[in-house]
Design a protein. Structure first.
Length: 345
């Protein structure tokens, strides 16, 4: 915004009239030249920077005491005084004080908290210490950039802690504006958030292996558009186990169970190897990390040697078992067997 100071004939303090002229917007118009580098506009989606040449508080000399800035999404129209003095829709007032420059130097102010993809209209006036107030600047229209943010947060967002790692998962999106997923993590119940990973749009899970035992972590995520993020998920808090889980024991006489694929996003194959010389009762159940019984995979008798069954990921309630860390715990004959299982979305 350009401004020039025009003193009255007397030039006495308290009677000077400051006339503000030539408003221009940084990043939109800069004294009628091309837009400046993006670094000069902190966030083009919710801020606009105004630049002008400062008047003096006594004609063309001195330094004004403050500025009044008014802006609105409502056009000013032919009557600037009415627009300035009345409660037009979406209008905001700002008083701009120090730092201020002397007459003839470039002054600037950044207005933040604006809505992306919206046109605003700006008018500025200068005040001295009396305070006398100048006339109106010209009207400076400016439009924040549209960032085309995704409309919704990732769905079915969850995190499950295990020794040495946390499995975070979510569902895919059909939002055409989503480009990637930004996953954030914070340590403790009040630690600062940090971007943990930017993941491809097709990803539906992430294993965070950079965690410590017995530590609380918070996770959240947001779909990233071409230029800015959509809304974030609710925060999910987990605490990793304090001590490592011992390796699973094998059954008597070398009897074992083995689930594959592991991790798995589809149905599970469970290989059962009975090394006893006679048929043995076999029972295998699925438990979550809180010790809840989720599903029964095996409950029957199996002959010596290898056998194999298929489990379609249905729980005791007849619904698909959610992604997360689980344990298969059971018996082959009189011996106990155990295996860790990771289910993906």
């Amino acid at each position: 915004m350009r401004m020039r100071a025009v003193p009255t004939a007397s030039g006495r303090k308290g009677t000077a009239t400051h006339v503000l002229q030539g408003v221009a917007l940084s990043g939109i118009l800069m004294f009628g030249t091309a837009a400046p580098a993006a670094a000069q506009q902190p966030n083009p989606y919710n801020s606009i920077t105004l630049d002008w040449t400062a008047p003096g508080d006594d004609g063309n000399v001195g330094q004004v005491s403050s500025y009044q800035l008014r802006y609105s999404t409502t056009p000013v129209g032919p009557d600037t005084t009415y627009w300035w003095n009345n409660d037009v829709p979406s209008s905001q007032w700002l008083t701009l004080g120090a730092p201020l420059v002397s007459a003839g130097a470039t002054e600037s102010a950044t207005v933040t908290g604006l809505t992306q993809g919206t046109t605003y209209y700006f008018v500025v006036r200068a005040l001295d210490e009396v305070p006398n107030i100048s006339g109106f600047s010209n009207v400076a229209p400016g439009t924040t950039q549209s960032c085309n943010a995704p409309a919704s947060a990732p769905g079915q967002f969850s995190a499950v802690a295990d020794t040495g790692q946390v499995l975070v998962s979510w569902s895919q999106t059909s939002d055409p504006l989503a480009v990637t997923l930004n996953l954030y993590r914070a340590q403790g119940t009040s630690g600062p958030w940090a971007l943990l990973q930017s993941l491809p749009l097709a990803a539906t899970s992430y294993v965070d292996g950079a965690v410590a035992s017995g530590t609380t972590y918070r996770y959240r995520a947001a779909w990233m558009g071409s230029a800015c993020e959509g809304p974030t998920t609710s925060t999910v808090t987990v605490t990793t186990p304090g001590t490592p889980v011992p390796p699973p024991p094998t059954g008597a006489e070398g009897s074992t169970i083995h689930a594959y694929p592991n991790p798995a996003s589809t149905s599970i194959r469970l290989a059962i190897n009975v090394t006893a010389s006679t048929t043995q009762p076999v029972s295998v159940r699925l438990f979550d990390m809180n010790g809840r019984w989720i599903a029964t995979l095996v409950d029957g008798s199996y002959p010596p040697g290898p056998s194999e069954i298929s489990w379609g990921r249905l729980g005791r309630n007849g619904q698909r078992v959610a992604p997360g860390y689980y344990e298969l715990i059971g018996t082959v004959g009189s011996a106990r067997v155990r295996e860790r299982l990771v289910l993906l979305p």
